[in-house]
Design a protein around this ligand. Structure first.
Ligand SMILES: [Zn+2]
Length: 142
């Protein structure tokens, strides 16, 4: 019986420097928690802890510097989802404050927790695609 083997891509320093990096593809892969380069390996080893390298293509993730940007972006996203709804409900129905708080606070907490990891992954993917913080000086064969 004949076996079929998949061609392995050899990453060299020249091919890594010359490779085209699409920002949106890298951000989408990071948003899904996958390696921005190959889309196969996991980006996170814990909830917000970025792994040291990709388990599939061995991309070094250590140069990323997401810092507080994912948290700021989550605040902006959740705020823009919630504030218009709160203002609309308050002006149209004016429900009791206790009822509003019992809905808005858990929603804010859950939405923030659900968005934090994907947004951080997208930020790391963007940094890799834009060759920020030493992502351009890597030797992928390390
Ligand atoms: Zn990878």
């Amino acid at each position: 019986m004949e076996t079929v083997s998949a061609a392995t891509k050899v990453w060299t320093r020249d091919s890594a420097i010359a490779e085209k990096r699409d920002v949106w593809t890298a951000m989408k892969r990071g948003f899904r928690g996958r390696c921005p380069r190959c889309g196969g390996g996991k980006l996170f080893r814990a909830f917000l802890k970025v792994d040291n390298h990709c388990s599939v293509c061995d991309l070094d993730f250590t140069p990323h510097r997401a810092d507080d940007l994912p948290a700021y972006l989550v605040i902006v996203i959740v705020g823009h989802m919630l504030v218009p709804v709160i203002l609309w409900i308050e002006t149209e129905y004016a429900p009791p404050v206790a009822l509003q708080l019992s809905i808005y606070l858990p929603f804010t907490l859950i939405a923030s927790l659900l968005l934090l990891q994907p947004v951080k992954g997208a930020v790391v993917g963007m940094q890799w695609a834009l060759r920020m913080h030493g992502f351009d000086e890597q030797n992928p064969e390390k």
